[in-house]
Design a protein around this ligand. Structure first.
Ligand code: UT7
Length: 323
């Protein structure tokens, strides 16, 4: 019997219309366009309208991915949403998305929470469903409204984040698709990047939960860890760095992306970068970058792509795949 792979058959992305530039931020906190560009590469980020929730952003990205896969909504038989900013405590954002997509085939739908690594985690779970023939067409979404958990008085974090959603359809195929996924976490670093409190914490003030980050420490860990996971992934396949056609990294900071590409000795032209115009959209950043590279024609069928992400937890992960 032929080996079953899961293959990306469609991608989609959505960014809210409203943009917030570095110059807009200069009016809110003590910062400057030049500082933000020099330290992060970010120039703009998108902000959801008050009446837009995470599942609304996910809906647009999902519709595009399903259309690009040549499928109908009801062909989807698994929905996984990676998000840190769910619409509600429950039902899951995946169930709310299922409702908005009018998918009525009773397929499983659930959320994955691994912050900025969430999409890579979700992709790995969906890959397992497909390889074990528990699903044929999985919708995997990374969607965030991070602007709702940003402290707009904290210049060390508010300049970094943005809202958006990216989605892929992963379908069972006899042609090589996802070659392997690698997931890791180390909870002992929890307090370096966190939103304190939560619904299950009796003492927390749930109206005042904001992103807190020890940026410098996170930066160092991110650069080191992303280099290591790339090596781990290539080693598994006896591949060389030159075998990678495209690096699609989590988009937190241009300096982190450039440092990772340098470690991989990868031509900067082979890295998909969206952080300048989107900021850090957490779980949405990898699928949005992938969608950008696929839809503008840079990433072509049959090419080898390394996805990688690092985020709160700490969590980190990679996926090596053929498009
Ligand atoms: O997505 C999950 C993973 N997240 C990340 O990977 C983010 C990792 N961290 C970073 O990207 C960087 O650490 C930051 C962009 C957050 C900060 O850059 P940095 O080069 O590490 O700066 P720093 O935190 O060491 O701060 C340098 C200076 C400080 O002033 P002093 O103490 O040297 O006087 C900050 O107070 O820059 C100051 N600063 C700012 N100045 C103007 C911090 N934020 C700002 C700001 N505007 N927005």
């Amino acid at each position: 019997m032929a080996k079953i792979y899961s293959k990306i058959t469609g991608t989609g992305g959505y960014l809210p219309t409203k943009k917030l530039s570095n110059y807009d931020l200069e009016k809110i906190v003590e910062t400057s366009h030049q500082w933000i560009v020099d330290r992060t590469g970010i120039r703009n980020r998108h902000i959801a309208e008050d009446n837009q929730s995470t599942s609304d952003l996910g809906l647009y990205a999902s519709e595009e991915a399903i259309k690009n896969a040549g499928l109908k909504n009801n062909d989807i038989d698994l929905i996984i949403v990676a998000t840190t900013t769910p619409d509600q405590v429950f039902p899951s954002t995946a169930c709310l998305l299922q409702q908005k997509l009018k998918i009525n085939n009773n397929c499983p739908a659930f959320d994955v929470q691994a912050v900025c690594s969430g999409f890579v985690y979700a992709l790995s779970v969906a890959d397992s469903f497909i390889k074990t023939k528990s699903a044929k067409n999985a919708l995997v979404v990374g969607a965030e409204t991070l602007s709702r958990i940003v402290n707009w008085h904290d210049r060390t974090t508010c300049v970094l984040f943005g809202d958006g959603a990216g989605a892929v359809v992963l379908s069972a195929s006899e042609k090589p698709g996802i070659l392997s996924t690698h997931l890791h976490a180390n909870g002992s670093y929890a307090e370096l990047l966190q939103v304190q409190g939560g619904i299950g914490n009796k003492d927390s003030d749930n109206n005042h939960q904001f992103i807190e980050m020890k940026g410098n420490e996170v930066f160092k860990m991110a650069v080191n860890t992303l280099g290591k996971i790339a090596d781990e992934t290539l080693k598994k396949h006896n591949m060389q760095k030159e075998d990678i056609d495209w690096l699609v990294p989590h988009q937190a900071n241009l300096r982190i992306i450039n440092a990772t590409a340098k470690k991989l000795r990868l031509d900067p032209e082979k890295v998909i970068i969206t952080v300048q115009e989107q900021g850090n959209t957490s779980s949405a950043s990898v699928p949005l970058a992938l969608h950008t590279g696929v839809s503008d024609g840079r990433i072509k069928e049959g090419e080898t792509i390394l996805l990688e992400a690092f985020g709160g937890g700490f969590t980190w992960g990679s996926a090596l795949l053929k498009l």
